[in-house]
Design a protein around this ligand. Structure first.
Ligand code: HEC
Length: 197
């Protein structure tokens, strides 16, 4: 485009265009297309609304919290299914030990019935430490269930099955499973054999 051609173009168009020239390459300072600006400012506005919606107004759960809630709900449902099935299995007890509702009930049952001999944190006293990896009567979930249900009457551990009923025994065993290997401070010395869970 020579100077003559440029002079031919309309006056107003000419004002919009500032030419940068370098090394023979010319560049016009054109206005950005409307759709482009709309997308840019639209994104900025969207980001501001989206961010304040989640972080200031807290109108919805953040994805991580929402995910954890869904996992907790799925575990609660699974726990219900396991309890309804009526058969007690090692896998079922492990799943129950991951359900906050079941573990919470188990903790209450433990606080009412077990702390006198096993201490509030499970560290042991009259009864053995439930937070180490040593077990006298087996540390597998179904073995714990059996020990708690049948007790060890000769040693002062009651048979809790008839006292609590199978569902509450499951709850309290689910809680005891969360104590395994917690190794609380000042716990009673290990008794029995090492069990790798
Ligand atoms: C009156 C005291 C006493 C109470 C209350 C008691 N326990 Fe025990 N528990 C014992 C004793 C003692 C033993 C150890 C038995 C042995 O030496 O064979 C034991 C053993 C156990 C074991 C087996 C530990 C192992 O190493 O194999 C588990 C599990 C257990 N108790 C859970 C419970 C739960 C759950 C409760 C409450 C529902 C409870 N106990 C209440 C005294 C008690």
């Amino acid at each position: 485009m020579n100077d003559q051609d440029r002079n031919d173009s309309s006056e107003s168009e000419e004002q919009d265009k500032v030419i940068h020239e370098y090394d023979g390459i010319e560049e016009y300072d054109n206005r950005l297309p409307r759709w482009w600006l709309f997308t840019l400012f639209g994104s900025v506005v969207f980001a501001a609304v989206y961010w304040s919606g989640y972080h200031i107004l807290k109108s919805d759960e953040l994805p991580r919290a929402a995910y954890e809630q869904q996992v907790a709900a799925a575990r609660a449902k699974e726990a219900e299914r396991i309890k309804a099935a009526g058969t007690v299995t090692a896998d079922g007890l492990v799943l129950l030990s991951k359900d906050l509702g079941t573990v919470g009930k188990g903790k209450d049952i433990f606080a009412t019935n077990c702390v006198a001999c096993h201490r509030a944190d499970g560290g042991g006293g009259i009864g053995p430490n439930l937070t180490d990896d040593h077990w006298i009567h087996g540390g597998k979930p179904d073995e714990l269930y059996r020990t708690v249900t049948e007790g060890v009457p000769a040693k002062g551990m009651l048979a809790w099955g008839p006292v609590l009923g199978p569902e509450k025994v499951q709850d309290v065993v689910a809680y005891v499973l969360t104590l395994r290997n917690a190794n609380v401070q000042g716990g009673k010395a290990p008794q029995g054999d090492i069990v790798v869970p």
